[in-house]
Ligand binder design. Structure first.
Ligand code: NCD
Length: 292
């Protein structure tokens, strides 16, 4: 049984197949290849984009989706996550998509089920479909190999599953990655790092801004978000007329992560990422449900 817990669960050939079929799913007319299939979404952490993106993706392909309302589920009554999983599995879904605040939750669940588990984000560990849709968005923009293209990932990298998954995946596609953050937001890494965003702005093709993951901080690690924004917000003044694109997985803290003016700029791909997310998740779900 194949599961998608982290980006390394897919080799490059498979990723290329998935992203190729995602291209077709950007079109309106799609075949109902998952008709008669059923998937369960179970999100223990808040989500706006990822949950709806998976559900829309599945429905577009004709699958039915059952969303488990976690606040009303028996986990709230003390049932362990593995028992919940075994019970869900007994209902014979064709896939389960899970988000959880604990790193490793999806992997743990996968031991108790006989259908693919798709990780919709586990703690600060991994968010594989976000990285796939980011790769897809970057590829669609450049329309050539990403080998040697340069990206700066900016923000709370240490606590970000999006950063983790992107560092692995974009690195595998040959992108040169620089991490830009205050020292307390940097993970242990062999990648180049800086806390001075102006020092890299002239030498990058892509900026990926990330939200400060306040919910994962034990203590407040900086004076205020305003202080943080002063050094790390993507502003018009910073990007001027440079030939770059700006990505962010959402939710964006306006004028902290990215300035209003930049969000309106055509170089900012935030909403395109959301559109691409549905197409990529359609391709992912089809791949895992039909080929497992
Ligand atoms: C991210 C997440 O939840 O990991 N958002 C998303 O999935 N689009 C990033 C975040 O919450 O900052």
């Amino acid at each position: 049984m194949r599961h998608l817990i982290q980006t390394t669960d897919l080799d490059k050939d498979e990723i290329n197949i998935i992203l190729n079929s995602a291209k077709n799913y950007l079109k309106d007319d799609v075949a109902q290849t998952l008709k008669g299939k059923m998937a369960i979404t179970i999100f223990f952490e808040n989500s706006t984009r990822t949950l709806s993106s998976f559900e829309i993706a599945l429905k577009r392909l004709g699958a039915s989706v059952v969303r488990l309302d976690v606040s009303k589920s028996s986990t709230a009554k003390g049932e362990s996550i593995s028992d919940t999983a075994a019970n869900l599995n007994a209902m014979k879904p064709n896939a389960i998509i899970i988000r959880h605040k604990n790193a490793g939750a999806g992997d743990h669940l996968s031991k108790y089920v006989s259908c693919p588990i798709i990780n919709g984000g586990d703690g600060a560990h991994a968010h594989p479909t976000q990285a796939l849709l980011d790769l897809f968005t970057i590829q669609n923009h450049f329309k050539t190999t990403l080998e040697g293209k340069r990206i700066a990932i900016i923000g709370d990298i240490k606590n970000s599953r999006v950063a983790n998954s992107n560092i692995e995946l974009l690195g595998r596609y040959g992108m040169k990655i620089t991490l830009v953050a205050p020292p307390h937001f940097l993970p242990k890494t062999d990648l180049p790092t800086t806390s001075d965003i102006t020092s890299i702005i002239d030498s990058v093709d892509v900026l990926m801004s990330l939200r400060t993951q306040i919910e994962r901080h034990d203590t407040q690690t900086y004076g205020s978000l305003k202080d943080y924004a002063h050094n790390f917000c993507i502003t018009k003044e910073l990007i001027r007329d440079k030939n770059i694109i700006i990505l962010h997985p959402g939710p964006v803290n306006r004028n902290i992560d990215i300035e209003d003016e930049v969000l309106k700029d055509s170089r900012c791909k935030v909403l395109e990422q959301v559109t691409n997310g549905v197409a990529v998740r359609m391709a992912v779900m089809e791949h895992f449900i039909l080929n497992h």
